[in-house]
Write a protein that binds this ligand. Structure first.
Ligand SMILES: O=C(O)[C@H](O)[C@@H](O)[C@H](O)[C@H](O)CO
Length: 430
């Protein structure tokens, strides 16, 4: 089903697995602050310990060796490198990722590095965070520091993970750190993250990065009916959750629907954002339902559930064909401008070590992926979210996305049935 050279990987992120939040000179991030704020995280959980990957990464690399993955996507914690988001690097922070990357290379696992997965240094957030251009400039410096140190061994770089989620949940709705509920006044955060992406692509190239791409989360948008109003709502929502990030990164322009909300002078930044990419990373989980806004709703759309599909324990509908639908839509929108694609994340939350539902999820999504490839979409790899159960942001530790079970009391790691299924698949015996 998949060509030779197809990359099989797993993904994680720093704040969700590392723990050791007060070790190694790490500074405070917006998520440390958010977790310490009452009623923000289910069960009052926090990631001070998480999977303690910071101290146990050799064990996790041994699990990845057993799994036989070709690549491991992890993120670097900005507050470990620059505790206040600017100035000289924290040597202990750089040393940690140096040791992690060396151990991956020794194990024959290709390092895929995300520079930012939502853990903004609190000091930068206090200065405006992604609502101000200065943060994009600080990000360029941070990218150069990390790139300088690791570019000789890291094969694929991803400046930002899912700027859409950071904008929507962090700045528009306030459900994620930094917890701002600005609705459409959050749009500058989208633009300045896009600009930070462009700056980082150039900074990484200047230190010899081998390949640079994205990890944008995308959802096909399904209107409740074919009425003109619902179709308009669908176009507006898709502009906000999909095209507002891919359009400027791939073709250097913004969809018309969002232009009224962008900061003055945004057009001057478009060429920097559209720095050429080596790959386009897609994080896919589920489609998004939508309808025209009801009476008194100022938004140009109203979110609707996608009914009629099995649900995960995270209340996500399982819709494998949504992946094929979105990839063929992406190809149709950008044609030859679309770089080779990687699925940089896809996964599901189910309980237990006997996790047949997770095996079914990935089996069906891979079938949909193969179909999209047979329809002409150039896909080069698939990264399972996630290697380990981990801290699922405002939902704490309840949702379990891992191929490996974590006992949060003892931190014991236990491969699930899906781990052994994936190992066989990669080994060509599934
Ligand atoms: O896609 C995301 O939201 C993030 O990249 C991950 O950090 C999540 O944990 C995962 O997707 C499960 O929801």
């Amino acid at each position: 089903m998949f060509p030779d050279g197809f990359v099989w990987g797993v993904s994680t992120s720093a704040y969700q697995i590392e723990g050791a939040t007060r070790e190694g000179g790490r500074g405070v991030s917006v998520w440390d602050t958010f977790c310490a704020t009452p009623d923000k995280i289910r069960n009052g959980d926090n990631a001070d310990i998480a999977c303690d990957h910071y101290n146990r990464f050799p064990e996790d690399i041994a699990l990845m060796s057993e799994l036989g993955v070709h690549a491991y996507r992890f993120s670097v914690a900005w507050p470990r490198i620059q505790p206040n988001g600017q100035g000289p690097a924290n040597p202990e922070g750089l040393d940690f990722y140096d040791r992690l990357v060396d151990a991956l290379c020794e194990a024959g696992i290709s390092p895929v590095t995300t520079l930012y997965h939502w853990d903004t240094p609190q000091a930068l957030e206090d200065a405006g965070g992604w609502l101000v251009k200065d943060t994009a400039e600080r990000f360029a410096e941070y990218a150069a520091i990390v790139g300088e140190r690791l570019a000789d061994r890291v094969n694929m770089w991803i400046p930002l993970n899912e700027p859409m989620v950071e904008t929507l949940f962090g700045y528009a709705l306030g459900e994620y750190a930094p917890g701002k509920a600005l609705l459409f006044d959050a749009m500058p955060a989208a633009h300045y993250q896009n600009l930070a992406h462009g700056f980082a692509v150039s900074a990484l190239r200047s230190v010899g990065a081998k390949a640079v791409g994205t990890a944008n989360n995308h959802s096909p948008v399904w209107p409740a009916t074919r009425s003109e109003q619902d179709l308009q709502a669908a176009a507006a929502l898709s502009a906000v959750i999909n095209w507002m990030y891919s359009d400027p990164m791939v073709k250097g322009s913004y969809p018309d629907e969002v232009i009224p909300y962008l900061p003055a002078g945004f057009a001057d930044d478009l060429a920097k954002i559209a720095a050429p990419l080596d790959f386009y990373g897609v994080n896919y989980y589920e489609p998004q339902g939508v309808a025209a806004p009801g009476e008194g709703n100022p938004m140009p759309f109203e979110l609707r559930p996608v009914d009629g599909y099995p649900l995960t324990t995270n209340d996500s509908p399982v819709v494998p064909d949504g992946l094929r639908e979105f990839l063929t839509t992406l190809k149709a929108r950008y044609g030859e401008q679309l770089p080779p694609v990687y699925i940089t994340e896809s996964g599901c939350s189910f309980d237990g070590i006997q996790d047949q539902q997770r095996i079914d999820y990935h089996t069906e999504h891979l079938a949909a992926l193969a179909k999209a490839m047979s329809e002409g979409v150039d896909v080069r790899g698939y990264f399972v979210w996630s290697l380990l159960d981990n801290f699922e942001w405002s939902k704490g530790y309840q949702p379990r996305f891992g191929l490996v079970h974590i006992d949060y009391e003892t931190l014991a790691r236990t491969p699930k049935d899906s781990f052994h299924w994936y190992r066989k698949l990669i080994g060509g015996v599934a």
